[in-house]
Design a protein around this ligand. Structure first.
Ligand SMILES: Cc1cc2nc3c(=O)[nH]c(=O)nc-3n(C[C@H](O)[C@H](O)[C@H](O)COP(=O)(O)OP(=O)(O)OC[C@H]3O[C@@H](n4cnc5c(N)ncnc54)[C@H](O)[C@@H]3O)c2cc1C
Length: 482
C-alpha cells in the first residue's frame, strides 16, 4: 500500500485525502490549525455562531456535476440540508428597497429604463446556465465509475464559451456601469467584488437563476467536519496542530521528525509553500511568475452578536451608506450585511448574529498597524464605525451589541498561512497566468486555491479530486470515487 501525506485539511486537502484513501493510499493529512476546513470556517463566541466561510455553495443543487463531489466526500448529508435563499440580496438605499430575486425578470419592473440592457444581461446569464464547473476524469485514468461528457453538453456550453473572453476582459464594475438606474447598479455590486471580472458576476447570477448556490445547515464547520469524518471513517488520519515544516527526501518534516511517504500533496496556499516548504525556495518558471505577478484577494470580516430579533429584516442586505465607513485604510460607501436571525442555532433566543465581509487590499495597512502597536485599537475603531452604521439603518440594534469580532488578512495569515492573508484566489480581468501545476513531478502535487481559476469552494473541490486522480494515474492505482 502506498502512503500519502496531504498538507492542509482545508476543503481541497479533505477532498483529495478522501478520494486518495478510498483509492487505496494510506493517507495522513497534516493540519496546522486545530480543526478542519481552512479558511472555510465558522466559530462560536458567547452563544453566537459566526459564519466566516460559506455564503453561497455552488454545487448545492442535486443535478449539477459539482454536487457529486459534495455527496461523494460526505460534505452534504442528511445532517446539513441546503437552504436556497430568495431574494438573494436586498438593497437598502435610504427609503428605497430593491430585491435581487432568482427570477431576474423582476428587476425590469423596478428599472424600466434599463429593461433592454437587463434583457441582454439575462441572455448572458442564460448562456451560462448550461456551463458548470467541469468535473471530468483526467486522460489515462483507471476507474470503475468513469464520467461521461456528452457531446450535447459540450454544444450547450458553446454560447458561454464565446462570451467568456469578453467577460474576462471586463471588470464587474464596468459591466454594471451600463445600467442607468443607480439603485440597480448598487444592487448588482453586491453580487461579487466589483473589481473581479464580469465573468464572475454572470456566472454567480446564473447559479442563482438555475436554483444553485445554497447554504447548508450548520454552515462551514458542519460541512468540513462531515468531510473529516468521512475521511477518518475510511481509515485516514488527520493530525491537527501539526504544521508541515519541510518537504524532505522521502517525506515531510514536522516538529516530531520525518514522516515518511511515497507521495506528498501540498494543498495549503502554494504561494506560501514555494518559499517556506523547501530547503531553498522552489525554482520553476511558474513559481517565478507567481512570485512576480500574484495579486491576492483580501478581505476583512466583522461579526456582531446583537441582543435583538432582526427577523423583520432581509437575510442579506446591501446597505448604501450616507457617510462612508473607513476600515483597513479603505473607504466603503456600501456594505453587504448578513442577518442570521432566521437560523435559530446561530444566536441565543431573541438575539441575532450579524456578519459583513469587507473586500479590498488591507494587508499592508494591518501589518504596519501591528508594527506600531495600534492593531487592536484600529480594529476596534472599524468595529465601532460598523456598529454606528448598523444602528442608523436598523435602529433596534442601537446599544444592543454584546459580542463583536473582527478578522483581518493577518488573521487568515496566522491561522491558515495564506499569502498576504488572502481568502481565495483572485480573478481580475485578464488575470490567469500564475497558477501552480497539479503535478510538479511524480510523488509531489499541488491542489487548492492557487492551482486553477476562478476561486472559492468549487475550485478547492475540483482540484482536490483532479490531484487525487493524477496521483492514482502516476502510481497505477484505480481511482475510486464512491
Ligand atoms: C469570509 C469568507 C467567505 C467566503 N465565502 C465563500 C463562498 O460563499 N463561496 C465559496 O465558494 N467560497 C467562499 N470563500 C472562499 C473559500 O472558503 C476558499 O476559497 C476555500 O475554502 C479554499 O480552500 P483550500 O482548501 O484551497 O485552501 P485553505 O482553506 O487555505 O486550506 C489550506 C489548509 O492548509 C493549512 N496549512 C497551511 N499551512 C500549513 C502547513 N505548513 N502545514 C499543515 N497545514 C497547513 C491551513 O491551515 C488550511 O487549513 C470564502 C472565504 C472567506 C474567508
Amino acid at each position: 500500500m502506498k502512503t500519502l501525506i496531504v498538507i492542509g485539511a482545508g476543503i481541497s486537502g479533505l477532498v483529495c485525502g478522501i478520494y486518495a484513501q478510498r483509492s487505496g493510499f494510506r493517507t495522513v493529512i497534516l493540519e496546522k490549525a486545530g480543526n478542519p476546513g481552512g479558511v472555510s470556517t465558522s466559530w462560536k463566541r458567547k452563544g453566537y455562531t459566526f459564519e466566516g466561510g460559506i455564503h453561497w455553495l455552488i454545487g448545492a443543487k442535486k443535478d449539477v456535476p459539482l454536487n457529486d463531489i459534495w455527496t461523494e466526500t460526505g460534505a452534504l448529508q442528511d445532517n446539513n440540508p441546503v437552504f436556497f435563499k430568495d431574494p438573494v440580496y436586498t438593497l437598502i438605499d435610504g427609503d428605497v428597497k430593491l430585491e435581487l430575486r432568482r427570477d431576474l425578470r423582476t428587476l425590469s419592473e423596478f428599472a424600466h429604463e434599463d429593461r433592454f440592457r437587463l434583457a441582454i444581461m439575462r441572455f448572458h446569464v442564460w448562456c451560462f446556465s448550461f456551463f458548470h464547473t467541469p468535473v471530468q476524469d483526467i486522460c489515462g485514468l483507471k476507474t470503475r465509475h468513469p464520467r461521461k461528457f456528452s457531446p450535447i453538453e459540450f454544444i450547450k456550453m458553446g454560447p458561454a464559451a464565446l462570451l467568456t473572453p469578453w467577460l474576462m476582459s471586463l471588470s464587474a464594475r464596468n459591466y454594471i456601469k451600463r445600467f442607468r438606474n443607480v439603485h440597480l447598479r448598487r444592487l448588482l455590486e453586491a453580487v461579487v467584488d466589483p473589481e473581479l471580472n464580469a465573468l464572475s458576476l454572470i456566472y454567480t447570477l446564473s447559479s442563482f437563476t438555475t436554483g444553485d448556490s445554497g447554504y447548508p445547515k450548520g454552515g462551514s464547520l458542519r460541512m468540513a467536519q462531515n468531510m473529516a469524518d468521512t475521511f477518518t471513517a475510511l481509515g485516514g488520519q488527520i493530525r491537527y496542530r501539526t504544521p508541515a515544516l519541510e518537504i524532505a527526501e522521502g517525506g515531510v518534516r514536522t516538529a516530531d521528525g520525518l514522516l515518511e511517504s511515497d507521495a506528498v500533496v501540498i494543498s495549503m496556499d502554494a504561494r506560501t509553500a514555494i518559499d517556506k516548504l523547501f530547503t531553498s525556495p522552489l525554482q520553476a518558471p511558474w513559481a517565478t511568475r507567481m512570485r512576480r505577478k500574484l495579486d491576492t484577494a483580501q478581505c476583512m470580516f466583522i461579526a456582531l452578536g446583537v441582543r435583538a430579533d432582526l427577523s423583520a429584516h432581509p437575510r442579506c442586505m446591501q446597505i448604501q451608506l450616507d457617510e462612508p465607513l473607513h476600515a483597513g485604510g479603505i473607504e466603503f460607501s456600501a456594505l453587504t450585511v448578513n442577518n442570521y436571525s432566521r437560523d435559530a442555532a446561530y444566536a441565543p433566543e431573541g438575539c441575532t448574529a450579524v456578519t459583513c465581509i469587507l473586500p479590498g487590499h488591507s494587508y499592508e495597512y494591518w501589518k504596519s498597524a501591528r508594527a506600531d502597536g495600534s492593531y487592536a485599537a484600529r480594529k476596534q475603531e472599524a468595529v465601532d464605525g460598523f456598529v454606528r452604521m448598523l444602528a442608523k439603518v436598523l435602529p433596534e440594534t442601537e446599544g444592543k451589541v454584546e459580542v463583536s469580532d473582527m478578522a483581518t488578512p493577518l488573521t487568515y495569515e496566522r491561522y491558515c498561512d495564506t499569502h498576504e492573508g488572502s481568502y481565495m484566489s483572485e480573478w481580475k480581468p485578464w488575470h490567469f497566468c500564475c497558477n501552480a501545476p497539479i503535478r510538479y513531478r511524480k510523488g509531489l502535487y499541488f491542489s487548492g486555491q492557487r492551482t486553477a481559476f476562478s476561486g472559492g469552494l468549487p475550485i478547492a473541490a475540483e482540484t482536490g479530486r483532479r490531484t487525487a486522480q493524477t496521483l492514482c494515474r502516476d502510481f497505477g492505482a484505480e481511482f475510486v470515487s464512491y
